[in-house]
Design a protein around this ligand. Structure first.
Ligand SMILES: Nc1ncnc2c1ncn2[C@@H]1O[C@H](COP(=O)(O)OP(=O)(O)OP(=O)(O)O)[C@@H](O)[C@H]1O
Ligand SMILES: [Mg+2]
Length: 243
């Protein structure tokens, strides 16, 4: 059974069809990569799957349960879905540790001690334990993003959605974030990642999903996409990314 799945998901903003009839599923332990040109609907799709926005039509299943028609407690479900955005948006007045502790205490109800212990574990996983008491302003963009990832994994989500987590980073800083994401994938974390980091896709993706103009144009293994995409659009886009 898929942890998260959508069927015929469509999201329309005014006259813009941001996502059109998209169906996909992510199984436990899988890593899937979504890629495609700017405006192709990647973020919209992730926001819908993360239950941050309601689709115009279509169905979303969380562990096989239809989220919207069965009147689930959305906040409870949202707590089981981690989200990492392009910008980590950490609270400036809280340390790295404080940022990770917050959700553990206030959403999951951990005691201060338990929350701090769990937060430190998560910071270790992203190799930020030595920076626990630093404030965001004292951290590089890549380090801040790793704290953002720690904040997501500390909550023990069943899946983590990443929306271009390295797009705002300099080339040198990208790799430290990607390397942490690769570790997570290797540990069996279930992940759906919008990214154009082809090396990450090649090394860890079970499947790549190419979107254009709101639609899924092609789904395949990294090997297929690197060797011979089936569609002209995917071929052109891969060629552009590979420069
Ligand atoms: N809140 C919104 N209101 C109106 N239109 C929106 C909204 N969010 C997205 N759109 C439109 O939906 C389409 C898909 O946008 P989306 O941000 O999902 O694409 P994307 O693939 O994530 O692009 P990028 O690579 O630039 O992040 C675009 O035409 C965009 O302008
Ligand atoms: Mg986007």
């Amino acid at each position: 059974m898929n942890v998260l799945e959508c069927r015929d998901l469509t999201k329309i903003y005014g006259k813009v069809v941001a996502v059109k009839n998209v169906s996909l599923g992510i199984g436990k332990g899988q890593t899937k990569v979504i890629f495609g040109p700017s405006g192709s609907g990647k973020s919209t799709l992730l926001r819908c799957l993360g239950l941050l926005e309601k689709p115009t039509s279509g169905t979303i299943y969380f562990n096989g349960i239809d989220v919207y028609t069965t009147k689930q407690d959305l906040n409870k479900l949202r707590a089981k879905i981690g989200f990492v955005f392009q910008e980590p948006s950490l609270f400036r007045h809280l340390t790295a540790l404080g940022n990770v502790v917050l959700g553990l205490k206030h959403v999951l109800g951990y005691s201060e001690d338990e929350a701090r212990r769990k937060a430190m574990e998560a910071l270790k996983l992203v190799k930020m334990e030595d920076w626990a008491n630093y404030y965001p302003a004292q951290l590089s963009g890549g380090q801040q993003q790793r704290v953002g990832i720690a904040r997501a994994i500390a909550m023990d989500p069943e899946i983590i959605l990443f929306d271009e987590p390295t797009a705002a980073l300099d080339v040198e800083l990208k790799w430290e974030v990607i390397s942490v994401m690769k570790d997570l994938a290797d540990r069996g974390t279930t992940m759906l990642v919008a990214t154009h980091e082809l090396r990450f896709a090649k090394e860890v993706a079970d499947e790549m999903i190419f979107m254009d103009q709101g639609e899924i144009i092609e789904i395949g293994t990294p090997e297929q996409f690197f060797r011979s995409p089936m569609t002209e659009r995917a071929r052109k886009f891969m060629a552009k990314l590979l420069g």
